[in-house]
Design a protein around this ligand. Structure first.
Ligand SMILES: [Zn+2]
Length: 412
């Protein structure tokens, strides 16, 4: 692609960042020193629905980036590495989403576990890259908070490693729980050091990997003495409403509610409409706040490329229903969503959106990797008896009968 075309695209994002298309101007307030005075992420969540940003990965695709943008042949195509080579682009996308009214930015670190970075020969940069990307988002968020005093949050994006520890595939399952936990701990430490408010395990396809991730995040928080950092886990459901390896939603609730996690939810996947049944179940059975960050519809293939067809209007309308009808607490956009989607979402929800009250039917359960089993106590009549020796009982009955006959004969 010609450089001129690329400049036009950059200009589009920069224009958004300059506010030409701004959807919302929040009331001006006292500027804040962001780190100390920011209300915590979970405290804010109790007061209002939080709106996340839209896609980062698919936004890069609109720029037709060159090998040089990616820092050379070795790292060509690694979008997370753009935090080093094109920080202006990453920052521009962050600003574009802030400008249309999002509350939470996701860091450009979805593929930055050591395991994924090693595929590009970048394993040794794991800590530095995550910390740097977190700072890019933190800086942009704080700039906007300083303008109007409204808190903006940063979520440290943590995607799957590509391993499937629950599967029976010998290559994909060839990693231990402890090894996975360590990989996630390392990424989480760097993200916290870079200034995130919440650690976001997302697009998860294997529930065992999520458990390992949450264990790693727990250890990172202890290591840095940061109990204030929130933890959010989002799974990926297919059209059948289950995770890739068959895990059902009740099993997700049973498994995750037993782990150190503050928010659970869904992201990516099928687009919002196909998530409706799962969202209804989650909001009526989980005791945790629920997030929903879908793609812009179910992708269709056009010329070998995945295209996400859903327009901002239906996207925002359905997520608005999830908030008002089911009580979803966090909404935002995944693959294929743009500032236009988030702008419309803010317009539909308003500046202080409230989630509907939820009637929660909590079912204490235990779970395998696939299904949950409810722990119910039966209160029907219980018979408790003592079995007697059958021979002894027969002789006792015979003796009793003889006594009755004697009395009958004697006329007693
Ligand atoms: Zn996605």
């Amino acid at each position: 692609m010609k450089p001129s075309h690329q400049r036009v695209k950059v200009f589009y994002w920069a224009m958004l960042a300059k506010g030409r298309h701004a959807a919302v101007s929040f009331q001006k307030g006292m500027s804040v020193s962001p780190a100390q005075q920011r209300q915590s992420y979970l405290a804010a969540l109790k007061e209002r629905v939080l709106i996340y940003d839209g896609a980062m990965g698919t936004s890069f695709d609109t720029f037709d980036l060159s090998v040089e943008d990616f820092g050379g042949e070795r790292t060509n195509g690694n979008r997370d590495y753009l935090a080093w080579t094109r920080p202006d682009l990453v920052r521009g996308i962050h600003l574009a989403y802030l400008e249309v009214g999002c509350d939470v930015l996701e860091t450009n670190t979805f593929q930055s576990t050591r395991l994924r970075l090693e595929e590009w020969g970048l394993g040794e940069q794991t800590h530095a890259l995550n910390k740097h990307a977190a700072r890019l988002a933190r800086t942009a968020a704080d700039e906007f908070s300083a303008r109007d005093g409204r808190a903006r949050y940063v979520a440290g994006a943590i995607g799957p490693t590509g391993m499937l520890p629950s599967s029976d595939d010998p290559a994909l399952s060839g990693i231990s729980f402890d090894e996975l936990s360590e990989i996630f701990r390392e990424q989480a430490v760097a993200l916290i050091e870079g200034g995130v408010d919440v650690l976001l395990v997302e697009t998860s396809v294997d529930i065992l990997e999520v458990k390992a991730a949450l264990d790693g995040l727990r250890r990172a928080k202890i290591e840095l003495n940061r109990p204030d950092i929130a933890v959010q886990a989002q799974i990926f459901l297919d059209l059948s409403g289950r995770m890739l390896l068959g895990t059902e939603v009740p099993a997700v609730i049973a498994t995750l509610e037993a782990m150190p996690v503050d928010v659970i939810g869904l992201n990516c996947s099928t687009g919002p409409e196909h998530m409706r049944a799962a969202i209804e179940y989650l909001t009526s059975h989980s005791r945790l706040p629920i997030s929903c960050i879908p793609n812009a519809g179910l992708p269709i293939e056009v010329d070998g490329q995945a295209v996400f067809p859903m327009e901002p209007e239906p996207f925002a309308r359905i997520l608005g229903e999830f908030v008002r009808e089911y009580g979803v607490n966090i909404v935002g956009g995944c693959c294929g969503t743009t500032p236009a989607h988030i702008k419309r979402l803010r317009e539909v929800l308003g500046t202080q959106p409230q989630a509907a009250a939820r009637a929660i039917e909590y079912i204490p359960s235990v779970s395998s990797g696939i299904k949950a089993a409810a722990l119910r106590q039966d209160v029907t009549l219980t018979l408790i008896g003592e079995r007697v020796n059958t021979l002894a009982r027969a002789s006792q009955e015979a003796a009793a009968e003889r006594r009755l006959r004697r009395r009958a004969r004697s006329g007693a």
